[in-house]
Ligand binder design. Structure first.
Ligand SMILES: Cc1ncc(COP(=O)(O)O)c(C=O)c1O
Length: 395
């Protein structure tokens, strides 16, 4: 699916989908242009709206997110959506197409810093509030749903950045549906190879394609997908087109090529992550490892139920706290000190001062994003090289 899914035969017989580097598309006649605008005739109009290269990338991710899934009538599940300029653009399209003044979101601890900021700093000005609780506890989720009929959407990010907390996709979605709520999931950390939220009745999926989906750190991007084809073709499309947060053909081309190797890359990332997590857990300088592939992790069972493999992300704390963490990061010789994740090389960052810097300290602490936490995105290097570098950095 990752290799062939979403591909349309090129009319000029190009093997790979070309980079359609064009802002606009021409019409044979004025009438044809009119018909394309009115929807009487299919065809491309303007790249902010759609483009063959960006469409192929979106279709590929939609095909991967629905692979092997069927609807209640037994028909293959179909999703559609929009390729966006970033994960944040995808989140903007999601929120702004589904929510209006007076609506509320129910979400959980430890969201990506940008998502948390969007919820805290932009949505309240539009009259949209967010209730945050520890939704690993389903009783808390049910209490909130019972208490507040204004909740329109349950917003999930599992595994969550950077604590790797996991919520139960199946149970939480079932609960949300009992109360007639929309459910959206940020599937960036897992990728569709490891986890398929649509299989649990989730309505919308967003990704930062900047991460594992691109896989090489060559482009910022995002995707906004939905199962309700009618909604996606109307309200979602209006929002996407008017916000102008589309991706571009070149970034889409890079993404298409990255997607083709997702499965083999993830197998290597995941294998390495398990070894690295085991190494860190047994190291005397490390006080805590957040990796739900370890049986010591509180969300081990939930992750095992809904993910093919726990993935390649983890975070950890050192006994010496922030000071020891800073020293360790400065000692790295091969692994890279940077934000972002999902690239071929191993990346380490300090969430409290970097990705989650703008989340207030009290909230960070409540969500488990402590000052001493270091996040690690396991790369595809020889795993012994990664461990050797971490070992010498922890000396
Ligand atoms: C889980 C998650 N969601 C969304 C985003 C936002 O993506 P982008 O940086 O592509 O806008 C990020 C970025 O790190 C992320 O980690």
């Amino acid at each position: 699916m990752a290799i062939h899914g979403g591909h349309d035969k090129d009319p000029r017989y190009s093997h790979l989908t070309p980079v359609y580097a064009t802002s606009t598309f021409v019409y044979d006649t004025a009438e044809q242009g009119m018909h394309r605008f009115s929807g009487k005739e299919d065809g491309y109009i303007y790249t902010r709206w759609s483009n063959p290269t960006t469409d192929e990338a979106m279709n590929k991710i939609a095909a991967m997110e629905t692979f092997g899934l069927s609807d209640s009538a037994g028909n293959p599940l179909k999703a559609t959506g929009y390729l966006q300029s970033s994960g944040m653009a995808a989140i903007s399209s999601l929120f702004l197409s589904t929510l209006k003044k007076g609506d509320k979101i129910l979400s959980h601890y430890s969201l990506y810093g940008g998502s948390q900021d969007f919820i805290d700093k932009l949505l309240p000005d539009l009259g949209i509030e967010c209730i945050i609780d520890d939704l690993r506890d389903l009783n808390k989720a049910e209490e909130a749903l019972k208490r507040d009929s204004g909740i329109k959407m349950v917003y999930i990010e599992t595994p969550a950045n950077p604590t790797l907390q996991c919520v139960d996709l199946e149970a939480l979605t079932k609960l949300a549906k009992q109360y007639n709520k929309l459910v959206a999931c940020d599937n960036t950390f897992a990728t569709p190879y490891l986890q398929q939220p649509f299989g649990y009745g989730v309505d919308f999926i967003i990704h930062s394609t900047t991460k594992f989906l691109n896989g090489h750190g060559t482009a910022i991007g995002g995707v906004f997908l939905g199962l309700d084809i009618e909604f996606m073709a109307t309200q979602a499309r209006k929002t996407f087109r008017l916000l102008g947060g589309n991706s571009n053909p070149f970034d889409a081309y890079l993404l298409i090529n990255g997607l083709k190797t997702l499965e083999v890359r993830m197998d290597r990332h995941c294998h390495n992550a398990m070894e690295v997590a085991g190494f860190l857990e047994s190291h005397g300088a490390v006080s805590k490892v957040n990796y739900h592939g370890l049986t010591s992790h509180p969300d081990y069972a939930v992750a095992a139920k809904q993910m093919r493999h726990p993935g390649a992300m983890m975070s950890f704390e050192l006994k010496g706290g922030l000071e020891a963490g800073t020293r360790m990061m400065n000692n790295l010789k091969m692994c890279t000190r940077t934000v972002s994740l999902g690239t071929c090389d191993t990346l380490l960052c300090h969430p409290a001062s970097m990705t989650h810097y703008s989340v207030p300290k009290e909230k960070r602490e409540q969500y488990g994003i402590t000052d001493g936490l270091i996040r690690l995105s396991t790369g595809m290097e020889n795993v012994q090289d990664i461990i050797r570098d971490l070992e010498q950095a922890l000396r």
